[in-house]
Design a binder for this molecule. Sequence first.
Ligand code: NAD
Ligand code: LMR
Length: 339
Amino acid sequence: SRFVSARSFQALSVLGRSFSTTQQDSNKVVILGASGGIGQPLSLLMKENKRVSHLALYDIAHTKGVAADLSHIATPAKVTGHTGPEELSACLQGADVVVIPAGVPRKPGMTRDDLFNTNASIVRDLSEACARNCPEAVLCIISNPVNSTVPIASEVFKKAGVHNPDKIFGVTTLDVVRANTFIAEAKNLDVSQVNVPVVGGHSGVTIIPLVSQATPAISFPYADRGRISERIQNAGTEVVEAKAGTGSATLSMAYAGAKFVNSMLGALNGQQGIVECAYVKSDETEASYFATPLLLGKKGLEKNLGLGKLLEFEVELLKKAMPELKANIKKGEDFVNGN
Ligand code: NAD
Ligand code: LMR
């Protein structure tokens, strides 16, 4: 019959409820630097992900207030706030994913590498705590300069004897988000349907958009291709200048960070076919770290999908990226190894 009796409706909804209870994922996500410009909106977006059962927020200041505020939102994640190094271990224990947006942002006139002196030691110390307390967790590093902070975290994990290159990611999703936005605008496309891989590193010339591999397929005259690639490479600086000394991208970064972490949580919990670009230990080029499209899986990085076929224009971008990228990597490794 087309009609469901009251009793069978009740039975169905009890069934539905028991299905959703047994299928509820149980993931602990930690955000280090949770009170900051990125940390707060990123924490809000993570509170919305139903795969998160525990959202643990750490910063050197203001964390209790951020946690209390978010804890009133009617989603399943339990929220805890942890302030200062003595509360860091408890924050990290049992973590499945640790996201690191801790550190200072750029002001106009600075490069990302100018942040090295301050942020390298912040990322080193936080990575040491991760290696001690949650060596199996997936690390997603946002703190700049990403080209160097990812090698720093890897060296720290190596020193602690717990390094797994499939679990340490530099978050470059914002470059992809920007490329999708700018190219959809330029070609008058539905942005939700556009996907442009961006490879290399995360600073100036090391950011390499692969417009030739965009979906849907698009083509640009040579000059336009140059202009749009440059805009993607300089988009961070565009925001730094517009913010005029008060910081760099925070809201678009929170969006991009949540996109990456949501994909990662999907993959860790068995969702198939999830691909994101990110900056990882890599054999794809002569640079020992490099961002490419990655198939994510239950243990983090499942398969590096590599560079694919490049246009001559893109080969030139790759050549221009190499010296800076390699120098940034060496600087990060030397910082940990005392050279
Ligand atoms: P912010 O200054 O607003 O926030 C940084 C937060 O880190 C602050 O709350 C601060 O208290 C905290 N912090 C500092 N030292 C810490 C420590 N030792 N432990 C824990 N927390 C600590 O800066 P923001 O705008 O949120 O940017 C953060 C970082 O992200 C910067 O380095 C910025 O360059 C980088 N960033 C990266 C991308 C990317 O695409 N990967 C995009 C935007 C910004
Ligand atoms: C960005 O790309 O927006 C970030 O790396 C922040 C910056 O300094 O540009």
